[in-house]
Design a protein around this ligand. Structure first.
Ligand SMILES: [Zn+2]
Length: 123
């Protein structure tokens, strides 16, 4: 993720990202991660334990938001965000779908992309 957007998340949710130096996905999921963290902190404000992530990354085209021992409510929030990531272009945040390289789902390269970014490879 771009350093300026990472910095915004780290500053808004210091407890969640304690000890983390990177978010390993592109900028299109910024709002998704921001919304998830906002909901997690609201749950903590109402008595749920503080969750701290040990890694946030893209894997197989989807968001992985790794935390230790989430309670069922928090686990559900994270699972919903991870599922939603498979419908949001990870580059631009528009509506997307899971794609393989050049349309080949067996290529091993899988990303959730809109039509415009279907074959864009920033990495
Ligand atoms: Zn896009």
């Amino acid at each position: 993720m771009s350093p300026d957007l990472e910095k915004q998340l780290f500053e808004r949710y210091p407890q969640i990202f304690s000890g983390q130096e990177r978010i390993w996905c592109w900028d299109g999921w910024f709002n998704l991660i921001d919304t998830l963290c906002n909901q997690l902190q609201q749950a903590t404000a109402k008595g749920a334990p503080q969750v701290t992530t040990w890694q946030v990354r893209e894997k197989m085209g989807g968001l992985r938001f790794h935390v230790q021992r989430p309670e069922p409510l928090q686990h559900g929030m994270i699972k919903l965000a991870e599922a939603m990531s498979l419908r949001i272009c990870d580059l631009c945040g528009n509506r997307g779908k899971l794609r393989g390289l050049d349309g080949d789902m067996s290529s091993g390269w899988m990303r959730t992309r809109c039509d415009e970014h279907a074959n864009t490879q920033p990495e």
